[in-house]
Design a protein around this ligand. Structure first.
Ligand code: C2E
Ligand code: MG
Ligand code: MG
Ligand code: MG
Length: 278
């Protein structure tokens, strides 16, 4: 019976699936308009040096201010932006916006302050070399390349096509630091550490979450930090929510931390106030 039905595959298209697909194409349509209608914005999460408590970095995190639904978080739209290619113009916008913001904060910043920007694999696969345009953006505002960190995922480091190595090298040679995001979630993570010249790894929230409760996760975390340091890579812990987690990370020699214990991601203006306090 299945074979007979196979020809008319629409019979498998249930009302539920129809609704899903309608919602999806609706969302795609809205996403395509969102950039032109300036519905995207960046929030900034402070990153602290753990031993001194100094505010030394910020991570720019994308938000979608939907006209009807309110603020939508990246988990609900980044994947769709990647599937549709919208991430290419959106990613360029993120770079422009973040670097413009950095230039506005510049008078208040410590000389070693760095702004961290997330990227998708697709932005590195793009033939237009869009990813290298951030160098022009920095130059335009007379900012130093040392002030920027580009966060990549393991997916990006593992892609051996599209001249990605070459592009990463060009960024690094220009002085931009590269951070490996979401470390501790993949399978080939150890190998990816040695692939490129990486300045930072960011230990994923899922690892940090359990370090106070599970000795196995604590040991994993300590091993990651020790290994990174042997490779001259600095470590940023993500998703620190408790004093206990912070203390364990300090004991393990972790360099930097971000998380709700210190501050959630906040609007640019609030971040400016934070800079004043520090
Ligand atoms: P990520 O780069 O790993 O960012 C860290 C995420 O953890 C952020 O979620 C942040 O709000 C959240 N977080 C930070 N501290 C805590 C904590 O203490 N507890 C908990 N529960 N969460 C914490 P967010 O902002 O929802 O972003 C999710 C992901 O979306 C990011 O993960 C990143 O992969 C992606 N993303 C965000 N902005 C961009 C962007 O501009 N471009 C691209 N390609 N991806 C982005
Ligand atoms: Mg990140
Ligand atoms: Mg991460
Ligand atoms: Mg991520």
């Amino acid at each position: 019976a299945a074979k007979k039905k196979g020809k008319n595959s629409f019979e498998y298209f249930t009302p539920w699936m129809q609704q899903q697909s309608r919602q999806r194409s609706g969302l795609i349509k809205e996403l395509r308009q969102a950039l032109g209608q300036q519905q995207f914005l960046l929030h900034y999460q402070p990153v602290f040096e753990l031993t001194t408590g100094q505010l030394t970095k910020a991570e720019a995190l994308l938000r979608w201010q939907h006209p009807a639904k309110g603020i939508i978080e990246p988990a609900d739209f980044i994947a769709l932006c990647e599937e549709t290619g919208i991430i290419i113009p959106l990613g360029s916008w993120v770079f422009q916006q973040a670097i413009r913001q950095l230039s506005l904060w510049q008078p208040r910043l410590a000389p070693d302050f760095q702004l961290s920007i997330n990227t998708s694999l697709l932005q590195f696969q793009d033939k237009q070399k869009d990813i290298l345009l951030c160098l022009n953006n920095l130059k335009h505002y007379q900012l130093s390349t040392k002030q920027l960190i580009i966060e990549v995922t393991e997916k990006t480091l593992m892609d051996s096509h599209h001249n990605i190595t070459e592009k990463l090298l060009a960024l690094q040679q220009a002085g931009i630091n590269v951070a490996l995001d979401d470390f501790g979630t993949g399978y080939s993570a150890l190998a990816s550490l040695t692939r490129q010249d990486i300045s930072f790894i960011k230990i994923d929230r899922s690892v940090i979450h359990n370090i106070a409760a599970s000795s196995a996760d604590r040991i994993l975390c300590e091993a990651i930090i020790a290994m990174a340091h042997k490779l001259s890579i600095k470590v940023i812990a993500e998703g620190i929510e408790t004093e206990a987690q912070k203390q364990l990370l300090l004991d393990a020699g972790c360099d930097y931390g971000q998380g709700y214990l210190f501050s959630p991601p906040i609007p640019a203006q609030s971040f400016q106030l934070l800079l004043k306090q520090h």
